[in-house]
Design a protein around this ligand. Structure first.
Ligand SMILES: Nc1ncnc2c1ncn2[C@@H]1O[C@H](COP(=O)(O)OP(=O)(O)OP(=O)(O)O)[C@@H](O)[C@H]1O
Ligand SMILES: CC(=O)N[C@H]1[C@@H]2OC[C@@H](O2)[C@@H](O)[C@@H]1O[C@H](C)C(=O)O
Length: 368
């Protein structure tokens, strides 16, 4: 199904993502027709300043109209306009925005920042608000990168099921079968959030040491895992749910569970929770994957990666092993999805968000 008046063929699309860890904006160019990938283009990263991050943090958990949300939208729009302005010859942009709140059970999700404002400022058509339609139709609204993971597996010429693991604030996996030609074919993609990833580690480091992360897992490396905490956490309701399922970044329960541990032991234990959650995900795979390809900032944490390797029975490598850029997969995904939205193609399916049938979503804003 092709929407009237839409340019056919390959487009040069700029995708952006502002992730749950509130570190900054990733922007990456992808040449695609919304089906196959032709080429990866340049990318850029624009960190939030401490003051901007504070504005975003204040607005977490809030909905449109709540106090502080307009200020957060302005921060997000300004940061995106700055980084997006540096790119040339763009046909289309895919703007995810910053998730402030996500409650699929109540059929609502909130990504702040207006694609209409960016279309005006940049002079390009902008696709945005990717998740609302899916949650309104009863889906989880997340994860949405899976259809792009399927395109990546095809682009890489893979012929067996693989798992893409993204380690951001939250962990999420996509099991993909590239032998099935389109991502919305039943059985082509199964995706869900595994559990917490870097988010709780960051929160702990911020609260106890005033730094944004356990850099290179240095503190976790000198700590001892409290296996009781790991086992108790993994016995929680989320880990018994059948996918699709998605998480909000905030889980005060996990922070409380490590409150009595010293800093190093708490970091080691939180890292072990991440690895155990990733390992637990395998219960749901339709078939054993040939390998696990890791993207997101957590792949830079060698302690976390070692724990995952020890817990998972297949090869685990950063996506760089296959020539991809693990910091830009999500930004590229929203470039890919933008073209799908423009062309009226689905962006999620029962296996990715639990929506009842494959659906599209997103709004398209044209410059005035
Ligand atoms: N060298 C490193 N050592 C340890 N952790 C690291 C390192 N580099 C990045 N990280 C972790 O990765 C996080 C950023 O990951 P990423 O940019 O993938 O998250 P995000 O896109 O905000 O999250 P999400 O995918 O959940 O939206 C940092 O906040 C930090 O916790
Ligand atoms: C609601 C929301 O913004 N979810 C994010 C978050 O960050 C990681 C994980 O939780 C994933 O479900 C999703 O983002 C990725 C890009 C996705 O939709 O695939």
């Amino acid at each position: 199904m092709l929407k009237a008046g839409v340019k056919t063929g390959m487009l040069r699309v700029l995708g952006t993502m502002s992730g749950t860890s509130l570190d900054g904006v990733d922007a990456a160019v992808l040449e695609t027709d919304g089906d196959v990938i032709r080429r990866f283009g340049p990318s850029a990263y624009r960190p939030y300043t401490d003051a901007e991050r504070a504005v975003l943090r204040t607005a977490l958990g809030r909905w449109p109209g709540d106090a502080g949300v307009e200020e957060a939208a302005e921060v997000v729009e300004t940061a995106h306009a700055e980084v997006m302005n540096g790119f040339e010859a763009i046909d289309l942009a895919g703007f995810h925005g910053q998730t402030l709140a996500h409650d699929p059970g109540a059929r609502r999700t909130h990504q702040t920042g207006s694609g209409a404002v960016l279309a005006e400022v940049l002079g390009w058509p902008v696709v945005w608000d990717f998740r609302s339609n899916d949650v309104e139709l009863g889906g989880q609204g997340a994860p949405l990168a899976p259809f792009y993971h399927h395109a990546l597996a095809r682009h890489l010429g893979l012929h067996a099921p693989v798992v893409f693991l993204n380690l951001g604030g939250v962990g999420n996996v996509t099991w993909v079968d590239p032998r099935l030609r389109t991502p919305d074919t039943p059985g082509a993609c199964l995706a869900f959030d595994t559990g917490p990833a870097c988010g709780p580690l960051n929160d702990l480091m911020q609260a106890r040491r005033g730094v944004p992360m356990d850099a290179d897992g240095a503190l976790a490396a000198s700590g001892i895992v409290d296996q009781g905490v790991v086992d108790r956490y993994l016995s929680g309701a989320y880990f018994h749910k059948i996918p699709p399922k998605s998480l909000d970044r905030l889980d005060p329960g996990l922070m409380a569970a490590v409150a009595d541990l010293g800093d190093a032991d708490a970091c080691a234990t939180l890292s072990a929770v991440v690895a155990a959650a990733v390992a637990r995900a395998a219960e749901h795979y339709p078939d054993a994957p040939a390998r696990m390809l890791v993207s997101g900032g957590g792949r830079h944490n060698p302690v976390l990666m070692a724990m995952i390797r020890a817990a998972v029975p297949c090869d685990v490598s950063p996506v760089e092993a296959l020539g991809l850029d693990g910091d830009m997969i999500e930004a590229q995904a929203f470039a890919y999805l933008a073209v799908r939205v423009l062309r009226g193609l689905p962006t999620s399916a029962p296996g990715t968000t639990g929506v009842a049938a494959a659906v599209g979503g997103g709004r398209v804003s044209q410059p005035g």
